[in-house]
Design a protein around this ligand. Sequence first.
Ligand SMILES: NC(=O)c1ccc[n+]([C@@H]2O[C@H](COP(=O)([O-])OP(=O)(O)OC[C@H]3O[C@@H](n4cnc5c(N)ncnc54)[C@H](OP(=O)(O)O)[C@@H]3O)[C@@H](O)[C@H]2O)c1
Length: 246
Amino acid sequence: MCSSTGGLGEAIARALAAEGASTVVCGRRGERARQIAAELPTAVGVEVDLLAEDGPARLWEATVAAFGPPDVLVLNGPGPKPGPASGVGPAEVDAALHSLLRQQVRLLGMALPAMRERGWGRILAVGSSGVVAPIPNLALSNLGRAALAGYLKTLAAEVAADGVTVNLLLPGRIETERTTAIDTANAERAGRTLDEVRRASLEAIPAGRYGRPAEFAATAAFLCGGPASYLTGSAVRCDGGYLRGL
Ligand SMILES: NC(=O)c1ccc[n+]([C@@H]2O[C@H](COP(=O)([O-])OP(=O)(O)OC[C@H]3O[C@@H](n4cnc5c(N)ncnc54)[C@H](OP(=O)(O)O)[C@@H]3O)[C@@H](O)[C@H]2O)c1
């Protein structure tokens, strides 16, 4: 379970553990990872910077050492810096693809062979509503997540007959430290209060509120479970109705 010391990743790790999964909790904050793992029935906490060159390999080695090759791989990680599309340079493109595509492809390369051999596996990537409707001022996120979505859709068809499903789960606005940080940055940029920014944001969500991490994680747990065996190649939304297109 990538990046699970906070926010959506932590909620998913807790939901999978509640379903009986042995769980690897990871993040740069090793102490926090170990603390969360200690609260779960069968889990280990691992300090890993997934953006470091050897990050995916370190997570893989710790996972295999603790529990063997995993049945479920949840891809999650930090979002890139906000900013407009105009003015983006090649170095920023490389960095976005490194954090949102390259490291994920590395982990997939390690995890998929055992899943295919066993005839059972679940790959789930945390995406963003920006995959369906690119979000203004999040050019690098829109770029990198669209690339991952295209890759995973291609992969889903290749591994479906081996019992491995590959899906994306798209958050709209789920209440985490990141949403608070983004709202605060937007308020500062626009010279408005955090409350004003929040109210405007809520107006765009038919449910009238931000989602709770546990609601997002419950959807993730379903997609990672046995009953979701015929659901693959999908981008599932958990957004309170935020995305208006069909
Ligand atoms: N929340 C939403 O509504 C929303 C909407 C759209 C997209 N997303 C995307 O979904 C993902 C998760 O969002 P979130 O809201 O849960 O964010 P968050 O609350 O900021 O949590 C981010 C998690 O990533 C970990 N992390 C950060 N850098 C890392 C690194 N280099 N290596 C390993 N782990 C790292 C953090 O742990 P450490 O600090 O311990 O490393 C933390 O566990 C992000 O990509 C975000 O952009 C979220």
